[in-house]
Design a protein. Structure first.
Length: 367
């Protein structure tokens, strides 16, 4: 047992990845060891690999917050068994805060808030401290520690490939749209098309809403076409707003406007295109970007409702996994996941992500 190691993907400097060996994870009650199968790429390429810009929950040896895998070690009294296939939802779980007590996203649990528990105790750093482990890794490792409260068992009929879309792609879109009550017949304008926006598109099409894509990237426009989107507007067109409104009921504007880019260029347009009493959703961010939001003009006068969330609420997990079992959702996920790499070729994957000539990218950690 003592000879076991954990192989961890690291980014020691911009543009460079190295696989290193760390101690095999140690766990205590409430946690399990997961053998990671797929670690989808989120912002690791554009933010960390390219710029070496880290947030509180990651560092060069703690990368990747999404993932699916198999339980390989438990402690007595666990609610899981060795061999269980699971989705790992990001972060830790305290069981006492507002988020935990109301079935909300674990990202917003106090145990993951550096302002509450300190950066050294937040997210994966805190998970390691509480388990007296020095295993490194997050999702981008052959093994990881995960809190039982943030796991969901994958049905036998659901392959890992589709379950891996349950976080920062389809999962974020699905949970946000549960919040917003996107339904059949609604019109959803989605702008800033990356993989989270693609998850929103899949969720809206699954709900039989009309999707309008505000997009400039030809590669990603083709992906959306293959998913089934038929309405496209180039945000650079002088009459872009007239084009959008022409696709809505009586030209009043869209029911739901969704931005996952965090870029004011798109956010401003999405606000302008939303009907009175419509929903505006921000589910992505760009470091350093700042939107000028005027409460009277943008919220009060048009009676807009603003939503923001970049993870999956715990109360939505069962419905989310059920949706991922739907053959049409799986077809669209197949379109969205354009590239797959072994973890040993992560630099190629990150470079591709930076190029934006891709959809969602998966890393297979056991290859």
């Amino acid at each position: 047992m003592g000879s076991r190691v954990n192989t961890v993907l690291t980014i020691p400097e911009p543009g460079k990845t190295v696989l290193v060996e760390k101690p095999y994870p140690n766990i205590k009650a409430g946690y399990v060891v997961i053998k990671t199968e797929i670690a989808p790429i989120c912002l690791e390429g554009t933010r960390i690999w390219a710029e070496h810009d880290f947030e509180f929950h990651d560092d060069p040896e703690h990368l990747g917050h999404e993932g699916v895998g198999t339980v390989v070690e438990v402690v007595d009294g666990s609610n899981f068994a060795v061999g269980d296939r699971v989705v790992v939802f990001q972060g830790d779980y305290c069981g006492q805060c507002h988020a935990c007590n109301n079935g909300l996203s674990p990202t917003y649990c106090d145990a993951n808030d550096p302002d509450v528990v300190g950066p050294e105790n937040a997210a994966m750093h805190g998970i390691e401290r509480r388990n007296e482990s020095a295993s490194g890794g997050f999702a981008m490792a052959t093994h990881r520690i995960a809190p039982e409260a943030n796991l969901y068992k994958i049905p036998d009929e659901l392959p890992f490939r589709y379950a891996a879309a349950a976080n920062c792609s389809f999962g974020v879109g699905f949970s946000n749209q549960e919040n917003m009550n996107v339904k059949a017949g609604d019109t959803a304008l989605v702008g800033g098309i990356g993989f989270i926006a693609m998850g929103h598109v899949i969720s809206a099409l699954y709900r039989n809403a009309k999707v309008i894509a505000l997009i400039r990237n030809p590669y990603r426009r083709q992906l959306l076409t293959d998913m089934g989107v038929v309405h496209f507007v180039n945000p650079d067109d002088p009459d872009w707003l007239a084009q959008v409104r022409a696709l809505t009921y009586r030209g009043q504007g869209v029911d739901h406007a969704i931005d996952s880019s965090g870029v004011p260029y798109y956010q401003e347009r999405l606000i302008d295109a939303t009907r009175k009493y419509g929903n505006i959703n921000f589910s992505g961010h760009t470091p350093g970007a700042r939107l000028e939001l005027h409460p009277l003009k943008h919220v009060i006068d048009p009676a807009h409702t603003l939503w923001g969330q970049h993870d999956v609420r715990a109360r939505d997990r069962e419905r989310l996994i059920r949706a991922l079992c739907d053959p049409e959702v799986q077809r669209m996920v197949d379109v969205m996941v354009t590239h797959e790499f072994p973890m040993s070729r992560a630099s190629e994957a990150f470079e591709l992500q930076v190029s934006k000539q891709c959809g969602k990218i998966y890393l297979w950690t056991q290859q």
